[in-house]
Design a protein around this ligand. Structure first.
Ligand SMILES: C[S@@+](CC[C@H](N)C(=O)[O-])C[C@H]1O[C@@H](n2cnc3c(N)ncnc32)[C@H](O)[C@@H]1O
Length: 243
């Protein structure tokens, strides 16, 4: 079975397995993607934040702890929404159970829209980028991460993949649907080149301020071997955009 969008996260075994991996302190999300993203997000004090594909709400909890005044998460998976509501109970955080495609975005409400590793599940990205643009205040920003296009280009290495020490890049310019074997399931993702992300953002009206490929930083790794391994293949791509 092919899982699209947030569907895989409503398979209970997949969900539990994913959360265990995701929340390991040494996961690349924590040691590589998050530091790069936080640097681009900057100070969130008093900011109104929207998080697309917010997952279990842990990042929302941290942003609230750092002083954001509003935190709205949009999440398509029932399991994730349940977990996020648990995580954010007693805080100012809200979680909306909706797909990003169908959610009714308020106009000029947010200072910051973020999305972590969720937009590569979306087939038609331009309408989402346009809605994000309209939901931002005039000095607002949009910071998001996706799987690096080097990874999403081909599934050849994902089949039988153990630890990533090398990776086949193929069909790079043939953008579109990929069905990736991941945590014992077949998960649909959409491959885009860096150029395509850039073009869609510009088409939606954004100015791209910065692109990060999340270069690993030695001080964030416990072992030298892990640091050396993580310097071989880019895992994440982050865009920081303004209106
Ligand atoms: C890899 S997880 C990342 C979760 C969270 N952002 C994090 O970094 O921990 C991707 C999340 O995006 C959600 N998602 C995928 N497609 C979605 C869609 N079309 N609308 C809303 N949520 C979606 C999934 O349910 C999942 O929670």
């Amino acid at each position: 079975m092919e899982y699209k969008g947030s569907m895989a996260y409503d398979n209970d075994a997949f969900f539990e397995n994913y959360l265990t991996r995701r929340n390991r302190e040494t996961s690349p999300n924590n040691s590589i993607e998050k530091p790069a993203l936080l640097e681009l997000i900057g100070d969130v004090t008093d900011k109104r934040v929207l998080d697309l594909g917010c997952g279990d709400g842990k990042f929302g909890y941290e942003l609230i702890d750092q002083g954001c005044s509003v935190y709205d998460g949009v999440e398509g998976s029932t399991n994730m929404v349940g977990k996020a509501r648990e995580t954010l109970a007693g805080t100012c955080g809200n979680v909306y159970h909706s797909t990003m495609e169908k959610w009714d975005y308020p106009t000029e409400r947010y200072d910051l829209v973020i999305s972590r590793l969720a937009l590569h599940y979306i087939e038609e990205l331009l309408p989402i980028f346009k809605k994000v643009y309209d939901s931002l205040q005039c000095d607002g920003s949009f910071v998001f991460s996706v799987q690096h296009p080097v990874l999403t280009s081909s599934i050849k290495s994902a089949v039988n993949s153990g630890k990533k020490t090398d990776w086949i890049v193929d069909d790079y310019f043939a953008t579109g649907k990929r069905v990736e074997p991941w945590i014992d399931q077949q998960v649909v993702k959409y491959h885009r080149t860096i150029e395509e992300y850039f073009r869609l953002l510009v088409q939606a009206g954004f100015t791209i301020e910065y692109i990060s490929e999340c270069t690993p930083r030695s001080e964030l790794f416990d072992s030298k071997e892990e640091y050396q391994r993580r310097k071989r293949i880019p895992l994440f791509l982050v865009f920081s955009c303004n209106l």
